[in-house]
Design a protein around this ligand. Structure first.
Ligand SMILES: [Zn+2]
Length: 165
């Protein structure tokens, strides 16, 4: 494990506040897929301190995720920005005397990843073509529905019966 991921609560006794300002290589996120990859450095700024018997971490975490555009499949750079991440860990849970930041950072970043991305900040050039295609498809199905409605073999019978009742 990268030494810089380590926080030592013992060093934070007597109200010492540790300033954190780190840039980590994104390999620790361990996600490098077609659907989601992290290749940009992860910036972490914040502080660590003790409050009662807890380690408190207050962090801002930033990086960039690579995702395919949901429409044209081009790679989109999605800014992942975790602001004011607070993590409180009971010192009793830090038996080894070392708290590792990597899992916390990974989880926080993954929570901020959007379900899908679109290139050109939501203005994918292929969007218009797709919308035309969708409209065309939608209108063809609705015209089929209309034809279906037009063919009602029993409609006339109902009309014939109505005046009698
Ligand atoms: Zn696109």
């Amino acid at each position: 494990v990268n030494e810089r991921f380590k926080i030592f609560p013992e060093q934070l006794r007597d109200g010492h506040v540790e300033q954190i300002e780190e840039v980590f290589e994104p390999v620790f996120i361990e996600i490098d897929d077609v659907d989601l990859a992290f290749k940009a450095p992860v910036n972490v700024v914040g502080e660590a301190y003790l409050a009662d018997d807890n380690l408190v971490l207050h962090l801002n975490v930033k990086t960039i995720a690579l995702m395919p555009c949901v429409i044209c499949n081009e790679v989109v750079h999605v800014a992942i920005d975790v602001e004011n991440l607070y993590h409180v860990e009971a010192l009793d849970n830090i038996k080894s005397g070392v708290f590792l930041l990597n899992d916390l950072l990974r989880e926080a970043l993954l929570l901020e990843v959007p379900k899908f991305a679109e290139c050109r900040e939501g203005n994918c050039l292929a969007r218009e073509a797709l919308e035309k295609f969708m409209k065309k498809n939608a209108s063809s199905t609705s015209s089929e529905e209309l034809e279906g409605e037009g063919y009602r073999p029993f409609a006339d019978i109902e009309l014939d019966l109505k005046p009698k009742t």
